[in-house]
Design a protein around this ligand. Structure first.
Ligand code: KE4
Length: 426
């Protein structure tokens, strides 16, 4: 048995599925998860000391590369001053000011410890500030595992959602309406009937949890206009796209200003920092100022904030996102050309340092087109790439991530592996 297999067998005795987050268990692709022992730059090593070029980057946080010396140094220095105080620190002010400066739609921000917590808190704030109960989300978008977000589309357009997870009472799901991503007409119809009952619309403006699926400009603009017209709050979940597709996130690319934004991943640089923020007149409803309660023992943790602030400093260096976008596009263009050489129905897409690959004739524009991609071909491709030392997201329905450490030699090594992987699919 490999060390990964031994560790996986052992892990399953003490932890459900042997993992602390389901996607890590390789259930979608099959096989044995790799237990990572160390990481540096664009690579990490598994328990058999095999190196992999890493394209998940902790699902987004590792945008400057793993174990970046400046980030590690900042974390070490912060840790030597104490790990957590349960009292305010100047670092939290610096983080909040940086977020407000980089994301103009955010006038005030509250730091928390996970994207789930940020989205859950933002939705509670939206309901508290508007006095309304109903929220709209979109099929294929993921906003963490708070009960009211684990909901799938109801039977008909205007029937409220049904739980996607055991343990979520129907009553918790009934205030969540699940609509189709990139369908502006359905949004208009829904608001015409229920607009005055909607507290918020939450959307991934560039979706990454059904694979990569960017919203159309019309879809987001319609959402913005309807929320304004009916007094609902527009909430962009930029936990994944924030500081990833561009410095100012998806909202800076589309030029659309949400009322609230949910952030995570990159702002922690690999440690637990997430955030929700928006218009000051909304944020003042939060305790201790207002009646909407929200709290957290480790919110704004000084060591995590040190990792996040150093990461934010690095990604603000001139040309960072131009280079990241160029490298990501080089990867996608290379994969597309190789697949074509081998006659494989494959296409790819990228926005900044985020990409999607689809075993499909054309780039999907909605959830059902993404679901029509060839999952079996992806899984075979995934495993050959893994054998060749390239670690893609272990699911056909996840986005991939490039870091500043993915230089030309890393991309070339990836494409050489892909050439072999595509050849094996023929
Ligand atoms: P966390 O609670 O996992 O920090 O964030 C939840 C979340 C919220 N919103 C968006 C847009 C997200 O992408 C996420 C988390 N993304 C997944 C990746 N598919 C995290 C990986 C995992 O679940 O292990």
């Amino acid at each position: 048995m490999s060390n990964n297999e031994t560790l996986f067998a052992r892990a399953q005795r003490s932890t459900p599925g042997g993992v602390n987050s389901p996607v890590r268990a390789f259930k979608s692709v099959g096989g044995t998860p790799r237990f990572i022992t160390r990481a540096s730059g664009a690579r990490f090593w598994d328990a058999d000391d095999k190196p992999y070029i890493d394209y998940i980057g902790s699902w987004g946080p590792a945008i400057v590369g793993h174990a970046h010396p400046e980030v590690v140094k900042a974390v070490q220095a912060a840790a030597e001053r104490g790990l957590s105080f349960g009292a305010p620190t100047e670092g939290e002010i610096l983080m909040a000011e940086a977020i407000c400066h980089i994301v103009p739609s955010i006038e005030q921000v509250r730091l928390v410890s996970s994207g789930t917590e940020a989205a859950m808190s933002a939705l509670r704030l939206a309901r508290g500030a508007t006095g309304r109960d109903k929220v709209i989300k979109f099929e294929g978008c993921y906003h963490g595992h708070a009960d009211s977000m684990l909901v799938k589309a109801g039977s008909g357009l205007l029937t409220f959602g049904n739980p996607t997870s055991a343990g979520v009472p129907e009553d918790f799901a009934k205030h969540t309406l699940v609509l189709d991503y990139n369908d502006p007409a359905q949004l208009v119809e829904t608001f015409k009937k229920l607009g005055n009952e909607i507290a918020a619309v939450i959307v991934e403006p560039i979706a990454g949890n059904m694979n990569l699926l960017p919203a159309t400009q019309e879809f987001l603009q319609t959402m913005r206009d309807l929320c304004t017209q009916y007094g609902a709050l527009l909430m962009f979940d930029e936990v994944m796209s924030g500081f990833r597709v561009a410095l100012g996130g998806a909202q800076s690319l589309y030029g659309i200003q949400p009322d609230m934004t949910v952030l995570g991943k990159v702002i922690g640089g690999g440690l637990p920092v997430a955030a929700f923020g928006g218009r000051a007149d909304l944020m003042k409803h939060l305790a201790p100022l207002g009646p909407v309660y929200q709290a957290g023992t480790l919110s704004g943790n000084p060591v995590a904030v040190a990792a996040g602030m150093t990461t934010l400093k690095i990604i603000q260096t001139p040309g960072f996102f131009e280079s990241l976008g160029k490298q990501t596009k080089k990867l996608i263009d290379g994969l597309t050309a190789l697949a074509s050489n081998h006659g494989i129905a494959f296409c790819g897409n990228s926005v900044g340092g985020m990409f999607g690959i689809y075993f499909n004739e054309k780039i999907p524009t909605n959830y059902s087109e993404i679901m029509s991609s060839n999952k079996e071909l992806f899984n075979r491709f995934f495993h050959t790439m893994l054998e060749e030392g390239v670690y893609l997201a272990p699911s056909a329905f996840e986005a991939g991530f490039v870091s500043a450490a993915h230089d030309d030699s890393v991309i070339e090594q990836t494409l050489a592996a892909a050439d072999k992987a595509f050849a094996k699919l023929v």
